[in-house]
Design a binder for this molecule. Structure first.
Ligand SMILES: [Zn+2]
Length: 198
């Protein structure tokens, strides 16, 4: 046992080590019925996006509530929609989360939402890279997909991110993809693109 290892699933008495074999692991869907991932910007003015998306689809639960066992332990949750937030709400930064959540829960939908007056519309990719180099003397030019660094055109950024998800081997081909624009003042959510596998 190492520090904090008592809090790991793998050290619990009931935990079956065979779960580490892919064929035996049934996932955590029985405890939390997660089916949808929403990728959005962490701008606090856009924090209502997950709820807006849940309302749009009507069959989602958000925020939901904890499910407690008789000892008061949090053994589950009723939420079906999980949110991933990052700068701009970009798909590239969310890829690892999609892959992990698909393993743990089996993802059905991934929804990308970009929002009005996003900070990512205030600069161009090369400006960010050049400024970072000037201030921190580090060259990050080759580290990121330039089209994912800034938002230069909303419809293009939303379509770009849905296409990036569809093209990525990290996103299972059965997942339904959606791209939305969210207006932060009215709270209006507009569907820009969807990619539903046949
Ligand atoms: Zn933003």
């Amino acid at each position: 046992m190492t520090k904090y290892s008592e809090f790991e699933f793998r050290t619990q008495q009931w935990f079956d080590p065979a779960w580490f074999e892919r064929s035996n692991f049934q996932g955590f869907g029985h405890f939390i019925p997660m089916k949808t991932i929403v990728v959005h910007c962490f701008d606090p003015r856009a924090s209502e996006i997950p709820k807006a998306v849940a309302d749009y689809f009507e069959d989602e639960v958000y925020p939901g509530e904890n499910i407690l066992n008789e000892d008061g332990y949090r053994v589950g949750h009723t939420r079906t929609l999980f949110a991933v937030s990052n700068a701009g709400g970009r798909a590239l930064s969310a890829l690892q989360s999609v892959t992990t959540m698909d393993y743990l829960f089996q993802v059905q939908k991934v929804v990308v939402v970009h929002h009005s007056f996003c900070g990512a519309t205030a600069f161009a990719p090369d400006t960010l890279i050049g400024d970072f180099h000037d201030h921190h003397h580090a060259d990050i030019a080759a580290m990121f997909d330039h089209d994912s660094l800034a938002i230069t055109h909303f419809e293009e950024s939303i379509r770009h991110d849905v296409a990036l998800l569809r093209a990525s081997p990290a996103v299972p081909k059965n997942i339904k993809l959606y791209g939305f624009f969210y207006e932060i003042n009215s709270g209006k959510l507009t569907e820009v693109v969807k990619d539903i596998p046949a």
